[in-house]
Design a protein around this ligand. Structure first.
Ligand SMILES: *[C@@H]1O[C@H](CO)[C@@H](O)[C@H](O)[C@H]1NC(C)=O
Ligand SMILES: *[C@@H]1O[C@H](CO)[C@@H](O)[C@H](O)[C@H]1NC(C)=O
Ligand SMILES: *[C@@H]1O[C@H](CO)[C@@H](O)[C@H](O)[C@H]1NC(C)=O
Ligand SMILES: *[C@@H]1O[C@H](CO)[C@@H](O)[C@H](O)[C@H]1NC(C)=O
Length: 447
């Protein structure tokens, strides 16, 4: 009986699919359809019943010849999709569109899908960028409820921006490829983003972000090409993605909380980082960050927190769990003396760091397994090191180049199986003294 029921439900399922697939109604500039809902709305299982309108950038006159500037066509297509309850902006496969810096603005009337199966190309010559618009290439602003998906590519063609600074005329500002500003409920999935002049995917002042199954690629020697950069953004899930660039795979800046990162393959690059926080005595607050079940290989750092001297604020409740590292120079780092120049003066005060767990960090390192450089003013407290197993990557004979652990002004506990065994003595017991609690309470008030 059960089997028959199953059969029947399969038949009904197929029938429904058939009905869905066979309804195509022409409509305006776009095409009202029910057929591709499976493809375009993997997330919404029952969207076969919804009315979706596709706006293909080609029908708005885009040339797709890689030479003509198609950005006005992109904006026009966006505006139509944005005005429609279930608008789909389609960038079709086998087509490449040259796009100059644009802002795709919301709010839109309903959910918008940006279906990218072809490629969007940024201008490759620095001279073709307008000097007044160098912050980002594609800027989503005030957009709520957007899905970007497809098998296509967003190509920043950034190699000309990466050359070492030769003359004073070279601009300090380099564009981020894709930026979301003050946006909400954003999903980015399946696409490839590559060769950004600088950061690849940035979210700031946003909320409700999901990045799933994306590929982010730039050469190992391309400067400041962070993969995903989060700032003042909360309720974030970054997952099942491959990120290899010249800087941080993922960088978490001030104002971020409730960020869940998992199943990330990171490398080459600088690992997964919080900070640098508190530059120029600024306030920084970061909390509730979980990074788990990820691989980091051939990077400079693995799991890292970095703060500048003199900052004010607090980093709390951060967990790095089940991270496989391979040939990582510094797998575990907290640095309260971060400085990106050759020398920074020490200041009084520092962002407080408390409640950081490193657990099941397993694999190989090439320089120093643990580097905890916490400040004497504001030590790091409630640090937890458990099941850390790190061996030199060059095997037992290459051990001469590796450095011993560095553990300063760090309080907490180490448990479980620890390699090297000296990790057992890395942390000071206790809470760091009464003054620490005083300090971290006052930081709590700032954040
Ligand atoms: C997003 O769009 C869906 C489908 O149109 C809608 O049901 C939902 O309420 C929207 N969410 C927000 C936050 O606007
Ligand atoms: C991930 O993205 C790729 C490339 O777009 C696609 O072929 C694949 O089906 C996606 N995987 C999942 C699980 O969605
Ligand atoms: C710590 O952060 C995690 C991940 O965001 C969250 O699930 C958990 O509730 C937080 N714990 C506390 C005590 O706030
Ligand atoms: C700042 O303090 C740290 C830790 O005490 C020390 O290693 C470093 O040399 C100091 N830097 C400067 C520029 O004084």
């Amino acid at each position: 009986h059960k089997k028959e029921m199953k059969h029947l439900s399969v038949i009904i399922c197929h029938l429904v699919m058939f009905l869905c697939v066979s309804t195509i109604i022409p409509f305006g500039d776009g095409r009202k359809f029910h057929n591709n809902c499976q493809k375009y709305h993997k997330n919404y299982k029952d969207s076969c019943t919804s009315t979706t309108t596709i706006f293909n950038i080609l029908s708005f006159g885009a040339k797709a010849n890689r030479v003509s500037d198609d950005s006005k066509k992109l904006v026009a297509t966006w505006k139509m999709a944005c005005k429609t309850p279930e608008g789909v902006l389609q960038v079709p496969s086998s087509h490449k569109f040259l796009i100059k810096p644009v802002t795709l603005q919301g709010p839109c009337v309903g959910h918008v899908t940006l279906q990218i199966d072809g490629a969007l190309l940024a201008p490759s010559k620095i001279g073709s960028w307008s000097k007044s618009n160098l912050f980002q290439w594609i800027n989503f602003k005030w957009v709520h409820n957007l899905t970007i998906q497809g098998s296509g590519t967003i190509d920043g063609q950034g190699s000309n921006w990466w050359a070492p600074v030769k003359s004073k005329h070279v601009l300090d500002i380099k564009p981020t490829a894709l930026r979301f500003y003050a946006s909400e409920d954003i999903i980015v999935r399946d696409i490839t983003i590559k060769n950004s002049p600088q950061v690849h995917l940035k979210f700031d002042n946003s909320r409700g972000v999901k990045v799933d199954n994306v590929t982010i690629l730039a050469p190992e020697n391309s400067p400041n090409t962070d993969g995903i950069h989060l700032q003042n953004t909360r309720d974030v899930e970054l997952m099942h993605s491959d990120i290899g660039t010249g800087d941080d795979c993922i960088s978490i800046q001030t104002g971020c909380s409730n960020v869940h990162i998992h199943h990330i393959n990171c490398g080459p690059g600088h690992g997964i980082s919080l900070g640098g926080l508190g530059k120029d005595k600024s306030i920084a607050c970061v909390s509730d960050i979980l990074v788990e079940n990820s691989n980091i290989q051939n990077t400079l750092y693995g799991a890292r927190i970095k703060t500048w001297q003199g900052g004010i604020g607090l980093v709390k409740n951060v967990t790095f769990s089940n991270i496989q590292v391979e040939n990582v120079h510094f797998p575990i780092v907290i640095n309260q003396y971060y400085c990106d120049r050759s020398l920074c003066q020490n200041q009084t005060g520092s962002i407080a760091i408390k409640g950081v767990i490193f657990t099941k960090i397993i694999g190989t390192y090439s320089t120093q397994p643990i580097h905890l450089a916490c400040s004497s003013d504001v030590p790091c407290t409630d640090i937890d090191l458990s099941d850390i197993q790190l061996k030199p990557s060059r095997g037992p004979l290459g051990g001469s180049q590796v450095q011993q652990l560095l553990c300063s002004n760090s309080y907490g506990t180490s448990t479980g199986s620890l390699i090297p065994s000296s990790i057992k003595y890395c942390l000071n017991k206790g809470g760091g003294g009464g003054s620490v609690h005083q300090v971290s309470r006052s930081y709590d008030e700032v954040c």
